[in-house]
Design a protein around this ligand. Structure first.
Ligand code: ZN
Length: 275
């Protein structure tokens, strides 16, 4: 059965992603500060004015208010609209990628739901890590549980151990590889070179996508990290030879996203290099 890819469903995916990302903005701000994510309701951090429902519409409200609080005109960070647009775009991309193939409806739906959840967790993890150099356990361990649970369902439904074995070996490989890198780094630099959160995050990538994805994510994230690092050196924001802690989580997530959406093309291109 071929499912239809209607513009309505595509729009719904984008809008759902934007609405969830709007909530993720709250999570990114409040969770590391130990605040509740439900109360008090959203308010301007400057003047305390309550944000009304029509001022809380993803993307559109920020544009309508031109990035300013409606009562005190304090600027609202462009990150809010960026995260909302990012959430919308990634939810849409996952829908476009996963809705067409000839999998049974329940399996396609379950996988899409798992991917949407993982995208939301990666957005939270990336921005909290960028701000504070920490990755919450509910992102990293949550990703592992998500990957293992999906693999278990597909193993039971398909009466084969393959998905579960792929997920468990991916988790062990991702966690083990990064744990080794972390251990070697701490020997070489005589200090903690990488957080435990990064180790757990790579375990989650492995649990969700398997061992090959771990290798690809390690390579892609170090390329992305080097490009940004080089850019920072060129912009002379970072002095050479100084030890700077850069959050690695956002790069792991970038690498994982590249694998999710361009994995097949990347493998073909990479193997083509050895011809
Ligand atoms: Zn205000």
């Amino acid at each position: 059965m071929m499912r239809e890819l209607t513009p309505t469903l595509a729009f719904f995916s984008f809008w759902l992603g934007a609405c969830i990302a709007s909530f993720l903005n709250v999570v990114i701000w409040r969770v590391p500060r130990g605040e509740s994510i439900v109360s008090p309701p959203s308010h301007c951090p400057k003047c305390g004015a309550a944000i009304r429902w029509w001022q809380n519409i993803p993307i559109l409200s920020w544009l309508a208010l031109r990035g300013k609080c409606s009562s005190c005109r304090a600027p609202i960070s462009p990150r809010y609209i960026f995260v909302e647009a990012l959430g919308g775009a990634l939810f849409l991309a996952a829908f476009l990628q996963l809705w067409m193939p000839h999998a049974p409806l329940w399996a396609a739906s379950l996988h899409l739901l798992v991917m949407w959840t993982w995208i939301a967790l990666m957005i939270i993890g990336s921005f909290i890590d960028y701000d504070l150099q920490l990755l919450p356990d509910f992102v990293t361990i949550g990703g592992m549980v998500l990957g293992l649970a999906e693999a278990a369902v597909f193993s039971v439904a398909g009466k084969t151990f393959a998905p579960a074995a792929w997920s468990v070996s991916g988790l062990a490989f991702g966690f083990g590889l990064m744990w080794l890198v972390r251990w070697l780094g701490s020997k070489a630099f005589k200090r903690e070179a990488m957080g435990m959160g990064d180790v757990l995050l790579m375990g989650a990538v492995g649990a969700l996508f398997g061992p090959v994805a771990v290798l690809a994510t390690v390579m892609l994230s170090s390329v992305a990290g080097s490009i940004v690092g080089l850019g920072m050196i060129l912009a002379s924001k970072v002095k050479l030879g100084r030890f700077v802690a850069i959050p690695y989580g956002p790069y792991i997530c970038l690498g994982c996203l590249a694998w999710m959406f361009f994995g097949q093309e990347l493998v073909t291109w990479y193997l083509g290099l050895f011809k």
